[in-house]
Write a protein that binds this ligand. Structure first.
Ligand SMILES: [Mg+2]
Length: 231
C-alpha cells in the first residue's frame, strides 16, 4: 500500500509534460513535426469524410461557413503557431502525429524513473490515470509509442481539458467522481504549481515533480525529483 502524508493512496493521476515526459519532446519534436506537414496533409485530406469534418469545424470556429480551403489551412497554421488548443487543430495534429509514430519518425520521451514506477505501481494493482492538456487521443499515442515500449497497459483512464482546465478545482472534483474515489485518497503528480494548487483545493493529495529545467516550486509544496521518492 502506498502511504502519502499518512494517507493510503488508492489511485494516482499524472500530468505528462514535465512530469512523465520531457517538455522538449512535445515542443521540439511533436509540434514542429505537425506544423511542417499540416498544409500538405490537410490538402490531401480535404476531399475525404474526415477532411470535410475538420474543415466544417474550422469554418464554425471562425464563423464563416464558406471559408475557402486555403484559408482554412492558413487558419489551422495560425492556430498551430500560436499554440492554440482549438478542436479542429487538435484533430489534425493527432492524425499527423499518429502517422509520425507509425512510421517511427520519433518515439515519445519518458523519464526512466517514470516508466519504472508506472510499471511497479501497475503490478501492485494501483489504478493510474493521466490528466493532460493534450487530447486523449494524443495521450494514448504518446504512451503507446515510447522509447521503452507501450505503457498504455499501466493506465485505467485518461482525462483532458474536455473535463475542464487543469488549473480549475472543479476539474479535480469531476475526475475524483469519474475515478470513483474520495479526493483524499487520490494523489496528483505534476510540475505545475497552479494545477497542484487546484487539486489541493479539491481535497487531493498532491506532490510536485522537479525535472531538469523546472522552475522552483513554492516552499509549501512537497517536491520529488523521481516519481515515487516521496518526502
Ligand atoms: Mg506539466
Amino acid at each position: 500500500m502506498l502511504l502519502y502524508n499518512g494517507q493510503p493512496i488508492q489511485a494516482i493521476v499524472l500530468d505528462i509534460e514535465g512530469t512523465t515526459t520531457d517538455i522538449a519532446f512535445v515542443k521540439t519534436v511533436l509540434f514542429p513535426y505537425a506544423e511542417e506537414r499540416l498544409e500538405a496533409f490537410m490538402t490531401a485530406l480535404a476531399p475525404t469524410r474526415e477532411g470535410h469534418a475538420i474543415l466544417a469545424m474550422v469554418r464554425t470556429e471562425v464563423g464563416n461557413p464558406t471559408l475557402p480551403l486555403e484559408e482554412c489551412i492558413a487558419q489551422l497554421l495560425a492556430w498551430a503557431k500560436a499554440d492554440q488548443k482549438v478542436t479542429p487543430l487538435k484533430a489534425v495534429q493527432g492524425m499527423i502525429w499518429d502517422e509520425g509514430y507509425r512510421s517511427k519518425a520519433y518515439y515519445s520521451h519518458i523519464y526512466e524513473d517514470a516508466a519504472a514506477y508506472l510499471w511497479d505501481w501497475h503490478r501492485q494493482g494501483m489504478p493510474l490515470y493521466v490528466y493532460s492538456s493534450g487530447s486523449i487521443a494524443a495521450q494514448k499515442l504518446l504512451f503507446t509509442h515510447t522509447l521503452v515500449g507501450d505503457l498504455t497497459p499501466c493506465f485505467q483512464g485518461y482525462f483532458d481539458t474536455t473535463t475542464g482546465a487543469k488549473v480549475n478545482t472543479a476539474s479535480y472534483t469531476k475526475i475524483a467522481g469519474a475515478v470513483g474515489r474520495p479526493a483524499a485518497e487520490l494523489l496528483f503528480l505534476s510540475d505545475h504549481p497552479g494545477e497542484l494548487a487546484a487539486a489541493c483545493q479539491a481535497g487531493w493529495q498532491v506532490c510536485a515533480v522537479q525535472r531538469p529545467g523546472t522552475p522552483d516550486f513554492p516552499p509549501e509544496l512537497p517536491v520529488v525529483s523521481t516519481l515515487g521518492n516521496y518526502p
